[in-house]
Design a binder for this molecule. Structure first.
Ligand code: ZN
Length: 138
């Protein structure tokens, strides 16, 4: 694929420079069998530098993950080579199955069947805490 022309897919733009790789990992794009490009430190008139992720496949994207990593990012859905839809991104109230609790004594660490859930506890500082033990997400 040429990174500029996507026929059907998703473009995550205006990612804060340096956050693209984390978003790439949390969206599990490294484990998906799709054509995907991560562009780092792209020159931007508005932002100076930014990261961009281009996915050349019509796959569902977890907007909560994008909102968690970078609520300022924009998501464009491309269909037949044209912009079909702009998704609005916001800070999610909860994150399910995205982060793992780092506390070894947390019930979610010992009870493997429990879902990993984090809740937004401080929107201004973008702090998320484990719903079981209150450990702060990193
Ligand atoms: Zn926990």
């Amino acid at each position: 694929m040429t990174v500029d022309s996507i026929l059907n897919g998703v473009v995550i733009d205006h990612i804060t420079a340096g956050s693209g790789m984390r978003l790439f990992e949390l969206l599990k794009l490294d484990r998906m069998d799709v054509t995907v490009a991560l562009m780092k430190n792209v020159t931007s008139r508005k932002m100076g530098r930014k990261d961009i992720i281009k996915i050349d496949a019509d796959i569902p994207i977890d907007l909560d993950v994008i909102g968690f990593v970078d609520p300022g990012a924009t998501v464009n859905i491309i269909k037949n080579g044209e912009l079909a839809e702009k998704k609005s991104i916001r800070l999610p109230d909860t994150l399910k199955g995205v982060l793992r609790c780092k506390n070894p004594r947390c019930i979610v660490t010992t009870e493997q069947e429990l879902p990993q859930i984090f809740r937004l506890t401080d929107p201004a500082e973008r702090v998320y805490r484990c719903v079981y033990c209150e450990t702060k997400a990193q």
